[in-house]
Ligand binder design. Structure first.
Ligand code: COA
Length: 266
């Protein structure tokens, strides 16, 4: 692995840090491939229960490396399509990861950086973080990230920010729902991150996976009899599953469920 990613483990938490601070963690095709591979490895590792994505240095991520964009402009249409699939694959891998994901956002999150934030289940940012979908200003469009960004901020806000490329602040990102929580500074950010991770670890991994799948199944769908039937089948299945039984039994028996890590004192 190159130095552009720093990967670590803290018990059941997989830490993925983009590590190209001199370029505000802008990513090119090689970093995209590495990041995708790292996420897949963590997804396959039973020891990893939660994945935290962050950036080293001043920023979360300045998005696509513009030198890479410039380089690709000289390639054929076919090569461009193949190359662009790399970013689309990264976004889908992150958005559909079979484990809970958290974005730790500070400094700038621009272009593809906003995409990464939108793909995570939970996003927490410092109050002075800034966001922008700058593509139109560069003569481009935020294509690969659009399904996730539009789903996070809604069509109305996307209409504005995709075509003005205006920078917006953390308060606006919070108002739009792109980030769930704001923190005064990076120390407070880590504290809030710790609390979210702890909450995630207290939940059943199988239920979290089923919940992510459920959200995708019901989002933007009309409530038809098929959909109602589908939701009934999902709860029927999970309440008789091992983790469904264990979670309910643990509550009634006033004990910790099997998947909850013991408190540090034990
Ligand atoms: N691709 C390639 N290089 C980038 C980059 C990107 N997306 N974002 C920043 N860099 C480079 C800068 O060119 C600069 O390189 P240099 O030191 O060789 O001049 C270096 O990173 C530091 O950036 P700088 O602009 O001097 O830092 P800043 O603190 O003033 O601003 C940003 C930081 C992120 C706000 C600013 O660099 C920026 O707007 N970047 C473009 C982000 C963008 O539009 N991304 C979407 C791409 S589709």
């Amino acid at each position: 692995m190159s130095d552009s990613l720093a990967v670590d483990r803290q018990g059941p938490v997989g830490l993925v840090r983009m590590n190209r601070p001199e370029r505000h963690n802008a990513f090119d095709d090689a970093i995209i491939a590495e990041l995708t591979e790292t996420l897949r490895t963590m997804e396959a590792d039973d020891g990893v229960r939660v994945v935290v994505l962050s950036g080293a240095g001043k920023s979360f991520s300045a998005g696509a490396d513009l030198n890479w964009m410039k380089r690709m402009a000289g390639f054929s249409a076919e090569e461009n399509k193949r190359d662009a699939m790399g970013l689309a694959t990264l976004m889908r891998t992150l958005a559909h990861l079979r484990k809970p994901t958290v974005a730790r956002v500070h400094g700038a999150a621009y272009g593809g950086g906003v995409g990464l934030v939108a793909c995570c289940d939970v996003a927490i940012a410092t109050c002075n973080a800034t966001f922008a979908l700058t593509e139109a200003k560069l003569g481009l469009i935020p294509a690969a990230i659009s399904p996730y960004v539009v789903s996070a901020i809604g069509e109305r806000a996307a209409r504005r920010y995709f075509i003005t490329a205006e920078r917006f602040d953390a308060a606006e990102a919070f108002r739009l729902g792109l980030v769930h929580e704001l923190a005064q500074d990076e120390a407070a950010l880590d504290e809030k991150l710790g609390a979210v991770v702890e909450a995630m670890l207290a939940c059943s991994p199988a239920a979290q996976l089923a919940a992510k799948d459920l959200i995708r199944a019901v989002s933007n769908r009309p409530v038809t009899s098929e959909l109602i039937q589908d939701t009934a089948e999902r709860i029927a299945k999970i309440r008789s599953s091992p983790e469904g039984r264990e979670g309910v039994a643990a509550f009634l028996e006033k004990r910790r469920a099997a998947w909850v890590p013991p408190p540090p004192s034990e």
